[in-house]
Design a protein around this ligand. Structure first.
Ligand code: ADP
Ligand code: MG
Length: 455
């Protein structure tokens, strides 16, 4: 059967299942490439790696379901990047999928002054950023934005806990935009700096100039927007800046310690603007990513540690990458001062404070069970009971999943805490991961619980 025909019949079904906005945003530019009935694989072409990754983690299951129903056999969906649909086919779309040829920028190059006002961290670049499962989507979105500011995702809203790489990623966008074009007007500000500049402009009666400066930018990056909470004047000013820039297709990138919906101290209209583009979360990194980050950090250093020592640090410090780095720095300083070689025992001894303060932050499984029970309005005792009605079984699996993700406990240890064996926990974690991939409301609820538990 022709894959174009199959895709055409699947499309109607997909539009009905997803909302039109989601469809227009992510699926309208998809090109059916091939249907291999021997391996039961359907390959779809998409614009770039970011879209491929996004569809793979969010919509693969539902597409496969619909395809399987249409074809009457179980189908695997594959994505291949580097394909665009002809613009005529998607004239009604509002997708980030239309590739445009970059026009040469004929404006005058930035002056030294303009570069100087930018709080610049040249070391926070894409090159020095380690990609892991915790930040893959954010990273891909940041790359897409810096390649084509104002076109891909606007605004790009990056959120996640302290020390997980938000500022690094924002600065990497800035560095990359600057590298690509001598003429690009870009500014990185923390929201605190924005507030100070706004207050100063008010006092000096120079608001019009302040506005002109910001609104003439191609890219405005605001870090730590949670600081706007409760600051009515500045956030109103930012709201208007946002609207003007967005209307003229200028790129806005924002970072926050929580997702837009949870910013209760901000006006709803600003929160809803943040939701216009793409919100992507950076999660705490897993062990492999933590080790990879340590390796990356020591590339620039003349002193190198063995894998044993890097694993020791990465195993014990998991909540914050900044703390991971400062542990490494402490060992480096010790070696520079005393010149000896580093052993595991010596490292343990030197880092004992850091390890202790880390473990005091670690959650207990009991705290997770309590919080999840409260959230779903069931009894804490139901977490360990053998009862299996759906209204209890699902929250219990959520608690198992969170225990696996937010603590250091092994599967058997988590099993004990739930009065189950380790296979049950393994199964529950897999089940919750699957459900999170296809059910956005559910993913949001689990994300919210996870954030609350981490703070
Ligand atoms: P946040 O803004 O989220 O609080 P930062 O961006 O300041 O965190 O990151 C804290 C430190 O961790 C920085 O030194 C940064 O370079 C480092 N870091 C965070 N994520 C990564 C990563 N994926 N790869 C390399 N370094 C990282
Ligand atoms: Mg930061």
């Amino acid at each position: 059967m022709n894959c174009e025909t199959v895709w055409a019949s699947v499309q109607t079904e997909l539009i009905a299942k997803l909302d039109a906005d989601t469809y227009n945003r992510y699926l309208v530019g998809v090109v059916p490439l091939s249907l291999d009935m021997e391996s039961d694989a359907f390959t779809l072409g998409v614009l770039n790696d970011f879209v491929a990754l996004w569809l793979d983690s969010n919509y693969k299951t539902i597409i496969a379901e619909v395809l399987s129903a249409v074809l009457g056999t179980s189908i695997t969906v594959l994505f291949e990047s580097g394909h665009t649909r002809a613009a005529a086919d998607i004239s009604s779309a509002v997708a980030p999928t239309i590739e445009t040829q970059p026009q040469p920028d004929r404006r005058k190059p930035r002056s030294a002054d303009e570069d100087a006002i930018f709080t610049y961290r040249p070391d926070f670049s894409f090159d020095t950023f380690v990609i892991g499962n915790n930040n893959r989507i954010c990273h891909a979105a940041a790359i897409a934005v810096s390649k084509d500011p104002g076109k891909a995702y606007n605004p790009l809203f990056v959120y996640g806990g302290v020390g997980l790489g938000k500022t690094h990623l924002l600065q990497a966008i800035a560095n990359d935009v600057i590298r690509r074009s001598k003429c690009a007007r870009i500014r990185y500000l923390t929201s605190e700096e924005f507030v100070n500049l706004y207050v100063e402009a008010m006092q000096k009666k120079s608001l019009p100039a302040f506005r002109r400066r910001l609104r003439s930018l191609d890219v405005l990056i605001i870090d730590d927007v949670q600081f706007f909470e409760g600051k009515v004047g500045s956030s109103e000013e930012f709201f208007h800046t946002f609207n003007t820039m967005h209307n003229t297709h200028k790129q806005i990138v924002v970072a926050s310690d929580r997702n837009p919906q949870d910013m209760s101290g901000l006006e709803q209209r600003l929160v809803s603007r943040f939701e216009w583009g793409l919100s992507a979360e950076i999660l705490p990194p897993d062990l492999e990513t933590r080790v990879a980050i340590l390796k990356k950090k020591q590339e620039k250093q003349s002193i190198k540690f063995s894998d044993d020592i890097l694993f020791l640090i990465a195993k014990r410090i998991r909540s914050n990458i900044r703390n991971l780095e400062s542990a490494l720095t402490k060992l480096i300083m010790n070696i520079s001062a005393f010149g000896s070689t580093m052993t595991i025992d010596r490292a343990e001894e030197l880092l004992v404070d850091k390890f202790e303060s880390e473990s005091s932050k670690l959650l207990s499984i009991e705290a997770i069970q309590r919080r999840v029970a409260e959230y779903y309005d069931i009894r804490v005792a139901d977490m360990t009971s053998k009862k299996r009605p759906q209204n209890i079984a699902m929250p219990r699996m959520v608690a198992m999943y969170l225990s696996r993700n937010l603590t250091n406990f092994s599967f058997p240890a988590i099993g004990d805490a739930f009065n189950r064996n380790h296979a049950t926990i393994l199964h529950a974690v897999g089940k919750i991961e699957k459900k999170m991939q296809v059910d956005e409301t559910f993913r949001h609820a689990v994300g919210q619980l996870s954030r609350q538990l981490r703070t």
